[in-house]
Design a protein around this ligand. Structure first.
Ligand code: SF4
Length: 357
């Protein structure tokens, strides 16, 4: 048996590898290793979630951002971005549409837009929960203080997504301006856990300056944090950023890393991301065939979808659009998957199938 297969087996058995072992795996993996990891990951996903896929309705509330991350299409300095933000009424309309389509999690995602004060946000969160007490509200609106996170939690937010982007400090400052703080980002994630949120983190695959060493540090960080969800997708270039001439990441590496994440944290919620579907037309299905179990179709008003461009050519009108749920369900069924209309919380116990076939 090859050295990498042994490492993948070790990860499966012990749920960890040393930094050197991760580095060696990331430096030398081949197609056989990828297929081995993917099939093991599917087996583990099936043990924890069956063939069930959870959907989250994604509402992109604003593309204003006070930050200037070097890879991001809606960074403050991109004067070509056409800016918008949604009002509370717009957001509630998206929720009404999503609820009628069967969505039971809404993800409010946006840049760090100072228009949304804590009072405005808490009002939006509590209004959603009043109208739809059986849904989970996920926030993905960046770095805030402990007190702010606590206020949103008390207003009814259940989950928070904040990708750490890289666990290597010097890599962090190659992706972000010095005005941002690596330490603060990591602290935010631990604060969110302390408050009681279900927490998601993640990173871009093959982002500029990512190396086997930084990736090894990502895996070790994720293992330590024990998040409920990990969102990874290929880095994709946006033409109006300082990284316009960099290379985009690949579906191949993303699928391998997805599988390794499933193997390392068996019950983690793992999305097949829109960026994976953007880089490869079969990317999201292949994500599910690598252990993923979550998808986040877009519920934002159609007229703003083209404006929330974190990267070039982002999908916004096919199966990833929430209104095409029926065709998504049909597609996934062809691969043996079943879409559940539920909140889709993280599994605490292995899966027992008691749903009608
Ligand atoms: S990655 Fe997030 S925080 Fe950074 S510029 Fe883009 S929206 Fe703002």
């Amino acid at each position: 048996m090859g050295k990498n297969i042994l490492l993948i087996d070790k990860l499966n058995k012990t749920k960890e590898l040393s930094k050197e072992e991760f580095i060696s795996l990331f430096e030398t993996f081949n197609d056989e290793d990828i297929e081995y990891a993917r099939s093991l990951a599917c087996k583990i996903r099936d043990e924890w979630y069956g063939k069930n896929i959870f959907l989250r309705g994604l509402i992109e509330i604003s593309n204003f951002c006070k930050n200037d991350c070097l890879y991001c299409g809606i960074r403050r300095s991109n004067s070509n971005a056409e800016r918008y933000r949604l009002s509370k009424e717009n957001i509630l309309e998206c929720c009404a549409k999503g609820y009628s389509l069967g969505y039971r999690t809404f993800v409010l995602q946006g840049g760090e837009d100072l228009y949304y004060t804590d009072d405005i946000l808490c009002d939006i969160i509590s209004s959603i929960k009043e109208h739809y007490p059986d849904v989970a509200v996920t926030l993905s609106i960046g770095e805030k203080t402990y007190q702010q996170y606590k206020k949103y939690f008390e207003a009814g937010a259940d989950r928070y997504l904040l990708r750490h982007e890289t666990a290597n400090e010097s890599h962090y400052y190659k992706l972000h301006p010095n005005s941002m703080s690596f330490k603060n980002r990591i602290e935010c994630l631990y604060n969110l856990k302390k408050i009681g949120y279900q927490v998601g983190t993640g990173f871009m695959v093959e982002s500029p300056f990512q190396t086997p060493k930084t990736l090894a540090e990502d895996f070790i960080f994720i293992k330590e944090l024990q998040p409920d969800m990990v969102g990874i997708g290929p880095y994709i270039v946006h033409h109006s950023t300082p990284f316009a001439n960099e290379q985009s990441g690949t579906a191949r590496t993303t699928l391998f890393l997805l599988a390794l994440l499933r193997i390392m944290i068996p019950n983690v919620l793992l999305p097949a991301t829109t960026s994976l579907g953007t880089i490869d037309p079969n990317g999201q299905i292949n994500g599910f065939l690598s252990g993923a179990n979550v998808m986040m179709p877009n519920l934002s008003p159609a007229k703003v979808r083209k404006k929330y461009l974190l990267y070039d050519n982002k999908l916004c009108s096919g199966n990833e659009a929430a209104e095409f749920k029926a065709s998504l369900v049909k597609n996934l069924k062809e691969y043996g998957f079943r879409v559940l209309d539920s909140r889709g919380d993280v599994a605490k116990y292995p899966f027992v199938d008691c749903l009608p076939k």
